[in-house]
Design a protein around this ligand. Sequence first.
Ligand SMILES: NC(=O)c1ccc[n+]([C@@H]2O[C@H](COP(=O)([O-])OP(=O)(O)OC[C@H]3O[C@@H](n4cnc5c(N)ncnc54)[C@H](OP(=O)(O)O)[C@@H]3O)[C@@H](O)[C@H]2O)c1
Length: 322
Amino acid sequence: MTTIPKTMRAVAIDRFGGPDVLKVGMLPVPSPDADEVLIAVHTAGVGGWDADIRAGWWPDSVDPHFPLVLGTDGSGNVAAVGSRVRRLHVGDAVYSYSWNNSKGGFYAEYVAVPAERVAPIPSVLDLRLAGAIPTTGLTALQGIDGALHLRSGQSVLIHGASGGVGTLAVQFAKLRGARVLASASGPDGVALVRRLGADEAIDGRHEDLPAAVRRSAPHGLDTLLALAGGDALQDCIATVRDGGRVAFPNGVEPEPKPFGAVTLIGYDAISGVGELTNLSHAVEAAKLQVPIDSEYFLADASKAHERLAQGHVLGKVVLRIR
Ligand SMILES: NC(=O)c1ccc[n+]([C@@H]2O[C@H](COP(=O)([O-])OP(=O)(O)OC[C@H]3O[C@@H](n4cnc5c(N)ncnc54)[C@H](OP(=O)(O)O)[C@@H]3O)[C@@H](O)[C@H]2O)c1
């Protein structure tokens, strides 16, 4: 059995600011409560919401406790379990999404997380790829299933398909038997979403997207998953048929506005044993491909945030911790 050290390397912020406020240092290893597990982190996801928090957007009503370790998701091996945890064991390869985790985030060698937000990694992924998908995978799957109720034979436009959530949503929508139109960013984004299985791919930054959607679905789209906001999105909502559904994860800006007889659903990804089990089943059934845009060592977390700020991320940015 490996011994757990008292301190660990972690990337924390002491104040809000630009990427340069992300500093690597030594912090105490969190100790898991009875219903928590301690994970020795292998890979952590880096998302736009991390950059928002770093820059001063704070989701809690209580002020943040500095030093604040960022990171909402990742993968690793269970290093210790709380006294009431039966489902998971030391050594298990696991992945987790834990928004606003009270004992600090995943940009660290260890993270203590409620066991109910942790599950074994899907059999078709290794720790690196599993660590890239908890937040984006749950968001994609819950958009397709929970919000859109996408059925076989229906059409769906995935707008913003070349990003972290979209690259996975394309594959889950194909898994459900839908006809998938994907709007991606740039020719490289278009090529990526075609490789991932989109039936039709449109460059939403450089082409007339609403016109292309009308040509492809002349009787109106059944559903639309919005992962990028703006005029093109709003014009596409107008191409959804009466009674159709439009879903967007909260955080898409500007927030889409309702139009005509279309149901508009904003949602947040939910993490739990059932949700992560559903995700694992879908990942395995889809033999999910996980595009990694770029990977950084923990000490280079500020570079990972600079990469996010550059934009045009194809797939996901991750931190390699072990
Ligand atoms: N509430 C929740 O639980 C939750 C969870 C996860 C994510 N979210 C939100 O969901 C959204 C998507 O997340 P993400 O991680 O997938 O972000 P992302 O990686 O930035 O993906 C968005 C994609 O949309 C593309 N895009 C922008 N304008 C476009 C256009 N006109 N046509 C085609 N593509 C366009 C972007 O390309 P360029 O970068 O090249 O412009 C980018 O690839 C974010 O707003 C995030 O905050 C919410």
